[in-house]
Design a protein around this ligand. Structure first.
Ligand code: CU
Length: 625
């Protein structure tokens, strides 16, 4: 069945190639071809793979055929950033908009494309502290000053100012990425959007993700927790010494910018302006297998997704990193803030464990999102932690075109992302040719009496807090001045920026990150992807399992065979991770917890890799006062 489907894909792609090479030889867009009759059901052949008919598209439907067959090009956009009152789940709050949109516009590109994005700060708010945009997961090679981190690589874009981000997506990168604010807490108030980098295919269509994973359409799912108060207010609550470093739990959740809050759940202590809205539905095109690119855009909660009919298969994580063990499942998680997972949803597969029905119309299909409890020590009675949304597949009209349901005897009910592994062919597999630097880090959220009993995030003896968003960033300064540009929550702390001077494809670093807290932290590294060799958590209640370099069984527990490549890794409570990556990207790169409240409280550090490019140094102070 799948082989036949694969042949059908190639046959339909063939005329597309002809058009591309005849009329668009120099990188113009391949036109969308919609097979006539696919809407009426009069023809039960599959519509053109990768192209979704216009009437069924929304802002989150992807158009891979516009990108996978063309040459690399420059993609330009002008973004006007404003802040306006919106009620994405029925509750009004001020939300960041890009060109009037929340979430911001989706960028679709291919590997090797250059992005030129002109960002204009048109926010009218009087306490507009300035904005900056980070391109999460992209390597930013040769463009350290475009990484968008206020205080590290640039000054904030002030009111009525603009800044042009210009960088090339590396030829080696493809997959699901996203962009978000990296100034203050703006990400929590909606300043984010998706970047999809399509993997180019050769003219025969072979080697395309569509033929490798046998799917026919692509859709984005930006999903995450949501707070009704503005992020600065949420952070002030968190920093209040009376709350003992407990994170405030979110109030709601959003799926592609929409949610549905039950107004009667609002608690008296937090009055909201609320209008009950209908539950948003998630629409999928008339295809049997759809690639769903899922991004956790939330502030603090991990997410588990499940579907009530059909099955899903995990194919890649983060920036297109292939998953080697990918069972069929009806639930998938936990996906932490900053992480991505790409799934193929297949409505013709059924999970034999939970679903014996052979009729699509018997019951409505649901997509269920569960927020993890981990950072909800203080319960929020307003929150419905597990919510279901109608999953609507566009149906073909005639019965004969409904997919035959195939039984899958090996579907598991819940696949844990922590059990995913990569492929055996990873570049570090030949150990003898690598030199490896080692670094051991310890991280924790601590309450510091010297910081008025506020919670602070620490990595070794250092916190990442900037002194002034309009003063020169580290990239523009001599290393001797770096500590002055940052601040530390106590006098016993000093800024530490380890420098790995020698770089090259054969020079690697092994990074151990110990988490001393009893909650986990998803850490994100800018500019670099790493291989996860080990994830260890404590084995006993109340115990602590720090990294021990002399442990006899350490080598045994390290996965040198098929480690997963990622840019964001969940470090379990009282445990550690061991990461390896090549020191092949010169610059200053932030490594921080992606729980925004922890990040804002200082849980981050900077790696200095190789030399700083003089051009990056000069232009990083362009917006500074
Ligand atoms: Cu954290």
């Amino acid at each position: 069945m799948l082989v036949v489907a694969g042949l059908a894909i190639l046959l339909v792609i063939a005329p597309t190639i002809f058009v591309a090479s005849t009329f668009f030889p120099y990188g113009g867009n391949v036109p969308n071809i919609v097979v006539s009759g696919s809407d009426t059901g009069s023809d039960d052949s599959q519509p053109n793979p990768g192209t979704v008919e216009e009437s069924w598209r929304d802002a989150f439907t992807l158009q891979p055929n516009d990108h996978i067959f063309r040459k690399s090009q420059t993609i330009r956009a002008t973004w006007n950033v404003t802040m306006e009152e919106r009620a994405p789940d029925g509750v009004k709050k001020m939300v960041y908009l890009i060109n009037g949109q929340f979430p911001g516009p989706t960028i679709e590109a291919r590997s090797g494309d250059e992005l030129v994005i002109d960002v204009q700060n048109s926010i009218q708010d009087s306490d507009n502290d300035g904005i900056a945009i980070h391109w999460h997961g992209l390597s930013m090679k040769g463009a350290n000053h475009m990484d968008g981190v206020v205080g590290l690589t640039q000054c904030a874009i002030g009111a009525s100012e603009s800044f042009t981000y210009r960088f090339r997506i590396d030829e080696s990168q493809s997959g699901t990425f996203w962009y978000h604010a990296h100034a203050g807490l703006q990400r929590a108030d909606g300043l984010f959007g998706a970047i999809v980098v399509h993997k180019p295919a050769d003219p025969s269509g072979s080697g395309s993700d569509m033929s490798t994973y046998e799917y026919d359409a692509e859709k984005l799912l930006l999903v995450g927790d949501w707070y009704h108060r503005q992020a600065d207010t949420v952070f002030d609550w968190y920093q209040d010494p009376g709350h003992y470093a407990n994170e405030p739990a979110p109030d709601s959740m959003l799926m592609n910018g929409e949610g549905s809050f039950n107004c009667s759940m609002a608690v008296k202590s937090q009055p909201v302006v609320c209008e009950t809205v209908t539950t948003p539905s998630f629409r999928l095109p008339d295809r049997d297998r759809v690639r769903l690119r899922v991004i956790n855009t939330g502030v603090s909660s991990g997410i588990t997704l499940s579907i009530s009919q059909g099955a899903m298969q995990l194919i890649t994580v983060d920036g297109g990193s292939p998953v080697g063990n990918a069972p069929l499942a009806t639930a998938m998680g936990v996906l932490y803030p900053g992480e991505r997972m790409d799934l193929v949803l297949d409505r013709s597969l059924q999970d034999t464990a939970s679903d014996q029905t052979h009729s699509n119309s018997d019951k409505e299909t649901k997509l269920t999102v569960a927020l993890d409890r981990e950072h909800m020590k203080i319960e929020n009675l307003a929150l419905t932690r597990i919510q279901s949304f109608p999953l609507v597949w566009k149906e073909r009209v005639t019965d004969k075109s409904l997919p035959e349901r195939r039984e899958s005897s090996n579907a598991t009910s819940n696949f844990l992302l922590s059990e995913a592994s990569g492929l055996p062919q990873w570049p570090g597999s030949d150990l003898t040719e690598r030199s490896i630097e080692k670094a051991v880090l310890y991280t924790a959220m601590q309450i510091r009496s010297s910081f008025n009993n506020r919670p602070v995030g620490i990595v070794n003896h250092s916190s990442w807090m900037i002194a002034d968003s309009r003063a020169k960033p580290l990239l523009a300064l001599d290393p001797k001045e770096w500590s002055k540009a940052t601040k530390q929550p106590s006098s016993i702390q000093t800024l530490q920026v380890p420098w790995y001077e020698k770089t090259g494809e054969d020079r690697w670093i092994e990074l151990v990150l110990n988490n001393m807290d009893d909650t986990g932290h998803p850490f994100h590294l800018h500019g670099n992807e790493f291989y996860i060799l080990s994830v260890e958590t404590t084995t006993q209640l109340g115990g602590y399992n720090p990294f021990d370099p002399d442990a006899a069984d350490l080598a045994k527990t390290m996965n040198m065979r098929n480690p997963l490549r990622k840019d964001t890794v969940y470090v379990p409570p009282r445990g550690f991770v061991i990461l390896q990556f090549p020191l092949n990207n010169d610059g200053l790169w932030l490594f921080h917890c992606h729980v925004l409240l922890h990040q804002a409280a200082g849980m981050g550090m900077v790696f200095h890799i190789g030399d700083i490019d003089p051009e990056a140094r000069n232009s990083s102070s362009n917006l500074c006062i």
